[in-house]
Design a protein around this ligand. Structure first.
Ligand SMILES: NC(=O)c1ccc[n+]([C@@H]2O[C@H](COP(=O)([O-])OP(=O)(O)OC[C@H]3O[C@@H](n4cnc5c(N)ncnc54)[C@H](OP(=O)(O)O)[C@@H]3O)[C@@H](O)[C@H]2O)c1
Length: 215
C-alpha cells in the first residue's frame, strides 16, 4: 500500500485472550468496566482538550463503529475516523469522518490540521479486519500495540492477527518486542497495575513495539 510521505505514528489498542479472541457476535465477549476505563483514559489522553486539533484520533472499521452503543458514539473528546467501503450511516461532523480506504484515511491524516509531530496520539481501535491489514502490511502500518491480555478463555468468533509469530524475512527475528511495565507506564504517562482482576477475570496490560533488531 502506498501512503503519503509522512507516515503517521499509530498505536493499536486491543484486548485479546491468550488464543487471540477479541469479539463475539459483533461485540465484546466480556464486560470489564475497569478495562474499558483504561481504554477511554489512554485513547482520550490525560487532559482532553476542547480544541479539536488537540484531540487524539481513533481509527476503526465499520463493524467496530456499529458495535459501539449509539449513546456512546462518536467516542467523546476524540476524533473518530471510520473506514468502510460501502459508507456508513453517520452524520459527519468535525469529530466523525468516514473514509473508503486506508489510503484516504492516511491522506486525511497528513493533510488535516492535526500536526502529526505534535502530541496528538493516533490509535487503531479495531476490529479484527483492520488490525490484520495494519499488522500484515510490510512494514506494519502501526508501530506500537497496547495489548490487554485476557488470561481467562472466552468463546470468540473474531480474532487478533497473531503478531507475536511475525518474523522478519531478512534475519528471521520477531518483528514485535514486548516492553517492560515501566516502559508502558512511561509511554502512558500514568501508573497502572500490570496484573488485574475483575469479576474473576484476570488480565494484564502489555505494550509491544517494533523490534529494532529485526530487518
Ligand atoms: N477486543 C477488542 O479490543 C476489540 C476491539 C475492536 C473490535 N472488537 C471486536 O471485533 C469485531 C469486529 O471486527 P471485524 O473484523 O468484524 O470488523 P471491523 O474491522 O471493525 O470492520 C470491518 C469493516 O471495515 C471496513 N474495512 C475494513 N478494511 C477496509 C479497507 N481496507 N478499506 C475499506 N473498508 C475497510 C469494511 O466495512 P464495509 O463492510 O462497510 O465496507 C469491513 O466490513 C467485533 O466483535 C468487535 O466487538 C474487539
Amino acid at each position: 500500500m502506498s501512503t503519503s510521505n509522512s507516515k503517521p505514528s499509530i498505536t493499536a489498542i486491543v484486548a485479546a485472550t491468550q488464543s487471540n479472541g477479541i469479539g463475539l457476535d459483533g461485540g465484546l465477549p466480556w464486560k470489564l468496566p475497569g478495562e474499558m476505563k483504561y481504554f477511554a483514559r489512554v485513547t482520550t489522553g490525560e487532559e482532553p482538550s476542547s480544541d479539536l486539533d488537540q484531540q487524539n484520533i481513533v481509527i476503526m472499521g465499520r463493524k467496530t463503529w456499529e458495535s459501539i452503543p449509539s449513546k456512546f458514539r462518536p467516542l467523546k473528546n476524540r476524533k473518530n475516523l471510520i473506514i468502510s467501503n460501502k459508507g456508513i450511516d453517520v452524520k459527519e461532523s468535525i469529530n466523525t469522518k468516514s473514509f473508503n480506504s486506508i489510503e484516504s484515511t492516511f491522506e486525511f491524516l497528513s493533510n488535516s490540521n492535526t500536526n502529526l509531530n505534535s502530541s496528538n496520539k493516533i490509535f487503531l481501535i479495531g476490529g479484527s479486519q483492520l488490525y490484520k491489514t495494519f499488522l500484515i502490511t510490510k512494514p506494519p502500518l502501526i508501530n506500537r500495540i497496547l495489548l490487554t491480555r485476557i488470561i481467562s478463555e472466552f468463546k470468540c468468533d473474531s480474532f487478533l492477527e497473531d503478531f507475536k509469530s511475525h518474523k522478519s524475512l531478512k534475519n528471521n527475528l520477531p518483528i514485535w518486542k514486548k516492553s517492560n511495565h515501566l516502559e508502558l507506564e512511561n509511554w502512558l504517562g500514568f501508573k497502572i497495575d500490570e496484573e488485574n482482576e475483575e469479576k474473576g477475570v484476570k488480565y494484564k496490560y502489555e505494550m509491544w513495539t517494533l523490534n529494532e533488531e529485526s530487518e
